[in-house]
Write a protein that binds this ligand. Structure first.
Ligand code: COA
Length: 164
């Protein structure tokens, strides 16, 4: 495996990717030479897009960002970071309510692998209320997701749910 010491990893299930995720990826790409968007299945969630579909949507959504690579992983994030030799994690903090969970996850990841450092970025204010579940719910109930997701995701949601 390549030495990815200078890559930062932005993990998530991205079901689907939203403009809020893209905002964080863009900000991170200004701070680090390489960003790995690491897509996985969250064992606590039921996904509507397959892993490969989410990867394809993220690749399309980030094609203008040269330093961004979209990869997938399974199992523990801490093990994946060891495998790719990259120990900087990027996480988004949308609101104070995210903090407790994120703090717990950062400490747990560091307990699992003491080399891991988590860096928190705040998205643009306009994305602080956004989540993938909300986007899915809007799409399933026939609403427009245009303002919340990249074009390719909007089209895919339209195909699936026939929304506006
Ligand atoms: N803009 C918009 N939405 C955002 C966002 C942003 N900037 N940041 C987060 N969100 C949304 C996500 O879309 C997600 O929405 P959803 O719950 O409706 O799907 C929600 O906020 C929570 O995001 P996140 O905490 O990143 O959940 P996730 O499922 O995307 O990712 C993993 C969680 C995959 C990183 C975590 O489960 C993991 O590390 N799994 C691997 C197994 C492991 O190592 N477990 C031990 C961890 S200590």
């Amino acid at each position: 495996m390549n030495n990815r010491k200078f890559s930062a990893v932005y993990p998530g299930s991205f079901d689907p990717p939203t403009n809020g995720h893209l905002d964080i990826i863009t900000r991170a790409s200004r701070l680090f030479p390489n960003i790995i968007v690491a897509v996985t299945d969250n064992v606590n969630k039921r996904h509507i897009f397959t892993l490969q579909e989410r990867i394809d949507l993220l690749k399309k959504s980030t094609e203008n960002l040269e330093s961004v690579e979209v990869l997938s992983f399974s199992g523990l994030l801490a093990d994946y970071l060891e495998k790719i030799n990259s120990f900087v994690l990027i996480r988004g903090l949308r609101a104070l309510s995210d903090f407790e969970y994120e703090f717990q996850m950062a400490l747990m990841n560091r307990k699992l692998n003491k080399k891991i450092e988590t860096i928190f970025l705040t998205p643009d204010q306009s994305y602080t209320f956004l989540s993938s579940s909300m986007v899915k719910e809007i799409a399933m109930l026939g609403g427009s997701t245009r303002d919340f997701v990249p074009k390719c995701v909007e089209l895919e949601l339209k195909k699936r749910f026939g929304n506006r």
